[in-house]
Design a protein around this ligand. Sequence first.
Ligand SMILES: Nc1ncnc2c1ncn2[C@@H]1O[C@H](COP(=O)(O)OP(=O)(O)O)[C@@H](O)[C@H]1O
Ligand SMILES: [Mg+2]
Length: 453
Amino acid sequence: MRCPSCQTENRAGTRFCVECGLRLPIASPAPPGATGTLPQQTVLQDRYVITQKLGQGGMGAVYRASDRRLSTVSWAVKEMSQSAITGPLERQRAREAFRREAEMLAALTHPNLPRVTDHFEQDGKAYLVMEYVPGETLLCFVQREGLPQPLPRVLEWARQLCDVLDYLHTQQPPIIFRDLKPANIMLTPHGQVKLIDFGIARVFKPGQARDTQAFGTIGYSAPEQYGRGQTDARSDVYALGVLLHQLLTGHDPTITPFRLPPATQLNPNVPAHISAALATATDTDPDRRFPNIRAFRDALFGTAAQVMIRTDAQPIGQVAAGGGAIYARPDSQPYSQPGSQPYGTGAPPATTGLANASRWIGIASVGMMGVATLLIFMSGGDLQEPLGSVGMFLSIPSFGGMLVAMTLGILALIRRPTGQTSSGRRHAIVGIATGSVALVLCCVIVVLIGSTE
Ligand SMILES: Nc1ncnc2c1ncn2[C@@H]1O[C@H](COP(=O)(O)OP(=O)(O)O)[C@@H](O)[C@H]1O
Ligand SMILES: [Mg+2]
């Protein structure tokens, strides 16, 4: 127990401070299974020496620990209570799930994830040992630095977050992070982003092993995380969209969950293609979102972003935690450059299937309708004539094609993905225009035939 007056650390149970003699307050015994109560210098597994408490949440606590075996290394040790689990069978299952998940996390290696190196159980609590990340959470950073954050900096964070989320989503089976928010992202003094706080704690919460509200945060979590629906990669697409929207606009997503005003409206400095990408990513309907992180990343890092992301290691921000500057990493190249595989070119897609189909069907139908009109004109509008009957024969599929081209073109124009392509809108307009010309030619044919009767 630490003396409130002289700060001397006294042995547990001591009534008076050994240094100044002050009567020490009687510590109320922590409830069984309580987390976050380990005093400094507590040794776990005869190896990890607790040096500091880093954080405390509802489900557990995180400590910094030194290592008796590797004296130069610091670890972050996450402590999780098992007290919410009562039945012996349930406890056994939770332990197995914990072991499985810990081993799954230990198998992950990515520069934007702290390495998980060990797990164990002690005194009714489960512990996960991971790399200690120096720096501070993104939440602390933005609380100090304010919002909105400059676009190049946010794009650099976005690049790293897309990278690590894509890594998680492409594991077998895919790992969905589920709780992406500023408090669960750490920023190192060198501007590197690390995702912390995997939902491993859920294995110790009865009835919460599925995707439920308990493992998301209102405002950042996708609507499907609140119901019975299973979450997939698109739920992380949603949360990343909300997070980037907040960083670029300063809008607090917890105020209007599931309804975010367009980013450009809140901050005119946000480029239109980024605002559109954020709107798609944060659509309440998962089917209308980007199907995966790669598609979101491709939409974000269009031509404008490529120009803005620095390719050299120049400071791009102010002083971060620990006194270092935030740097753009040297490998933060525009995605169209060689070496950025396997994510494709990074440029927005050229068109959508709908827009392209509308264009080509429109062109084909106007061509055929033109030939049909010419033949019927040459026959003097007489369908008994060979030329007239061939013209009539050609005009029927052209009429169908015209209807299809116009319908597809209109559908393509009103669908959001078309707006995110470089030529989608143009192709849809070509489809509608050629369809309209075919319609005019069709009317000419009707007039020609009518004039002979
Ligand atoms: N690997 C780590 N390195 C350094 N600090 C960490 C690490 N993991 C967590 N922390 C600190 O502990 C706090 C709580 O961690 P987190 O895993 O988010 O737990 P929870 O949200 O369940 O309380 C974080 O805000 C961060 O300050
Ligand atoms: Mg957390």
